[in-house]
Design a protein around this ligand. Structure first.
Ligand code: R5P
Length: 281
């Protein structure tokens, strides 16, 4: 097996390869003056299982195109199997047509990935219907890792799930968490409703799968009038100045390194490496 680091995830890919003691190569990528991508592999891929590691942030569209070129080239060069490790997989939120005439982007992206890869490994995806993929899609469950982190760092904190979607993860981490009733108004605004009984003076940890604009976290902190609050998410997208803005409200912001940034304190490479060993390649 050979692990290939694509543009967003070279560091993570190297760490996975090291843990497995597998060979590693960078995917060479050039961008032509007109914006076209040019990808190239250095080493021989003939009869090898090739694992492309690429999170879909930043530049999700570019990341996808890079992967499609790389997967097709790997097959062309004789790879036995081509596996995608997408620690953060994008385009999973629009899996139904809500507005007349709109694209169901989850379906399009899952079709493209299914045609070009033999399997996908991802971490806590925002995926409601895995049937959209016609290839195996494996989730790396990081709830035990998060539990350990919380035990070490926020032992007595009250755990709050930022919304109903977060409950899938939060309920695996804690038995007595509080799940907020959130409604999204638009990409940058959410509203909350409900009465929540929070024990006074206790430290609070708000948990979500993704922090994107930061509005879900900030609105929760404002709505609950929280003081000693920390934020934990799997995927730290942090659009624009979202991290700086959230820092004005929270003591500590922690994410995993599915997307690498200054908050990505929790390393998922070990669990991804384990998953690659578990599945038959
Ligand atoms: C939505 O259902 C997700 O679970 C997250 O709550 C959402 O992606 C967070 O986005 P933002 O940081 O923009 O509020």
């Amino acid at each position: 097996m050979i692990i290939v680091g694509c543009s967003n995830s070279k560091h993570l890919a190297k760490s996975i390869a090291k843990k497995l003691n597998f060979s590693y190569q960078d995917l060479n990528l050039d961008i032509a003056p007109d914006g076209e991508l040019h990808v190239r592999f250095d080493d021989d891929l003939k009869d090898k299982s090739v694992v492309l590691v690429q999170s879909f942030y930043p530049h999700p569209n570019h990341s996808l195109m890079e992967l499609l070129f790389a997967a097709s080239t790997a097959r062309d060069l004789g790879a036995r199997k081509v596996i995608l490790v997408a620690p953060y997989l994008a385009y999973l939120k629009e899996d139904k047509r809500v507005i007349k005439g709109e694209c169901v982007s989850t379906r399009v992206v899952s079709e493209l990935l299914s045609k070009n890869f033999d399997a996908v490994v991802t971490v806590e995806p925002h995926l409601h219907d895995s049937q959209l993929f016609t290839i195996p899609i494996y989730n790396v469950d990081i709830s035990e890792l998060l539990k350990d982190y919380i035990k070490k760092n926020f032992k007595d904190a009250v755990i709050i799930g930022a919304d109903n979607e977060s409950s899938k993860l939060v309920n695996r981490i804690s038995f007595n968490s509080i799940i907020l009733d959130k409604k999204r108004k638009d990409a940058f605004n959410v509203s909350l409703k409900g009465n929540y009984n929070l024990p006074e003076g206790k430290e609070v940890l708000i948990v979500d799968d993704i922090i994107s604009t930061g509005s879900s976290m900030i609105e929760a902190i404002k709505f609950l009038k929280l003081k000693k609050v920390n934020c934990l998410a799997v995927h730290g997208v942090f659009i624009g100045g979202a991290l700086r803005e959230l820092e004005k409200y929270a003591n500590k912001i922690i994410t995993t390194n599915t997307i690498s940034n200054e908050s990505s304190e929790i390393d998922v490479s070990n669990l991804i490496a384990k998953k690659l060993l578990e599945i038959k390649l």
